[in-house]
Design a protein around this ligand. Structure first.
Ligand code: URA
Length: 209
């Protein structure tokens, strides 16, 4: 599928398999999510623009290249998205962070915004919306809509595990957006969990169950 990038790498497969294991505890789970996010960021940042500048090596002058990470904003969807924040910030330490809290309305089952705080998005800003589990795609679509309403452009989605249903939902509505994910799993079950997945990413990160 165009604009879906499943980042295939032996290290990612190895680390994700440990995360899937129900006996892996929160410390190791957080560390592995951090490491995989770092590897995903390497791929998801390939198209970032570079500014040229002069560098003097001990031998001669040459051209240096700089990513303007002040023009990057990371938007974790609360709360599980926080688990991917450190991994991406390690590579773009001057990026700004926007926060977005969504909950699911128990009646309509639709995502509702309960908190948002974004920096000002400039014309050439690049925005990464992060959430480990791209399940139904409803929260991600709500997040994209909210970021767009706040003037956000150049949006990339990063997730750890995606479902085919979630990917379709996002790309049908926003065909210009690119999704980077470590795995495309089989499907959703009747409780909207990804299978085989890894369970509830928020609970496993923060030991809330
Ligand atoms: N959210 C999760 O944490 N896990 C799933 O499988 C689906 C949504």
């Amino acid at each position: 599928m165009k604009n879906l990038h499943v980042v295939e790498h032996p290290l990612i497969k190895h680390k994700l398999s440990i995360m899937r294991n129900k006996d892996t505890g929160p410390k190791e789970f957080r560390e592995l999510l951090n490491e995989i996010t770092l590897l995903l960021t390497y791929e998801a940042s390939r198209k970032l623009p570079l500014n040229e500048y002069d560098v003097e090596t001990p031998i001669q002058k040459t051209t240096g290249y700089a990513v303007d990470d002040k023009k990057i904003t990371i938007v974790p969807i609360l709360r599980a998205g926080l688990g991917m924040l450190d991994g991406i910030m390690e590579l773009v330490p001057n990026a700004s962070v926007g926060f977005l809290g969504l909950f699911r309305d128990p009646k309509t089952l639709e995502p509702v915004e309960y908190y948002s705080k974004f920096p000002e998005f400039t014309e050439n800003h690049h925005i990464y919306i992060i959430d480990p589990m791209l399940a139904t795609g409803h929260s991600m679509n709500a997040a994209i809509e909210i970021v767009k309403k706040n003037n956000g452009k150049n949006i990339t989605v990063m997730s750890l595990i995606s479902s085919p249903e979630g990917v379709k939902e996002v790309l049908d509505k926003y065909p210009d957006i690119e999704i980077y994910t470590a795995a495309l799993d089989e499907k959703l079950n009747d409780k909207a969990y990804i299978i085989p997945g890894l369970g509830d990413a928020g609970d496993r990160l923060f030991r809330t169950k």
